[in-house]
Write a protein that binds this ligand. Structure first.
Ligand code: R5P
Length: 302
């Protein structure tokens, strides 16, 4: 096979599993940090004329992981690879996809330009916050739906199901999910406080959830605030149980503990972001995304 697969430090376990499923090994690379935190990357394999996949999630610490990705690409480009494919299981900055208030930057666009300028020829990514940012890219993008991973778990549920979209912006994703399962959809109207980070001002359920298993479908969990508030509301409205099916989990600020003690009964996430053992809790089920990603990469290998 004329390919090489490199991984940054953000999720080496997932990268290793993807490589194994393709029948390859992770290629050798040295990534060091100088005392002042600057990063240096040196690939230790010949990439000339090869198709090279670089796997890196842009999870917390986002900027460090982003820099590793960019430097890895530069090292590979200088080695005269034929094609360089960015495999970004979790795309950090994707949520900053629009300008909410005058004077704000457009971060998702800046990251797109960095990825393109450094020399990537193609991008493979999973469950973007908003598909609209695909329009920022001039290089081809394969956008995989992480939610498809949860379908077998949903199909085991025997009770009446209602899919919940936790805010209007996520409607398209939840609609696709509910249509695929042929179950109804309800909406939570969420209003954020744009002047205070992670603060939600109000939430309201639109639709019938009484006596049903409510499955909240979302792209990412960070503080857990969205799920916590949504679950309280859904239980108040009479939901029998509340399950969260969320592709990415980048827990911060004690989100693991908050969710364990919350009215959410079960939380399904994937491993696009590495979740350390100490942040795993009994309500949490982590489903692997390696097959989904490996399958997409396999299609690109000549
Ligand atoms: C927001 O628009 C996203 O889709 C997620 O709902 C949100 O980012 C989750 O963040 P948190 O867990 O901090 O509420």
């Amino acid at each position: 096979m004329d390919i090489k697969i490199f991984s940054g430090n953000s999720n080496k376990v997932l990268a290793g599993e993807i490589a194994q499923l393709i029948g390859a090994k992770l290629s050798k690379v040295e990534i060091i940090r100088f005392a002042d935190s600057e990063c240096r990357v040196r690939i230790q394999e010949d990439v000339e004329g090869k198709d090279v996949f670089i796997i890196q999630s842009l999870s917390n610490p986002v900027d460090e992981n982003l820099m590793e990705l960019l430097l890895l690409c530069d090292a590979v480009k200088r080695g005269e690879a034929r094609k360089i494919i960015a495999v970004i299981p979790y795309h950090g900055y994707a949520r900053q996809d629009r300008i909410h208030r005058p004077g704000e930057c457009l971060s998702a666009h800046v990251v797109t330009k960095l990825i393109e300028t450094v020399g990537f020829d193609k991008l493979v990514t999973v469950e973007l916050h908003n598909e609209a940012i695909l329009g920022f890219f001039d290089i081809p993008v394969t956008h995989l739906s992480g939610l498809s991973i949860f379908k077998p778990l949903v199909q085991k549920i025997k009770e009446d199901i209602v899919v919940i979209t936790p805010d209007a912006g996520a409607l398209k994703r939840s609609q696709k999910f509910s249509e695929g399962l042929d179950v109804p959809l309800a909406l939570i109207e969420k209003k954020r406080d744009l002047d205070h980070m992670h603060k939600i001002l109000s939430m309201k359920v639109v639709g019938n959830v009484k006596g049903k298993t409510a499955i909240i479908v979302d792209d990412v969990i960070v503080t857990g605030g969205t799920l916590l508030n949504a679950a309280h509301l859904l239980k108040q409205e009479g939901a029998r149980q509340v399950i969260a099916a969320v592709t990415h989990a980048d827990f911060v600020g004690g989100a693991d503990k908050i969710l364990q003690e919350s009215p959410v009964d079960r939380i399904w996430v994937t491993d696009t972001i590495s979740i350390p053992k100490e942040m795993r809790f009994s309500k949490l089920e982590v489903v692997s995304s390696s097959k989904l990603i490996a399958e997409a990469l396999r299609k690109m290998i000549k």
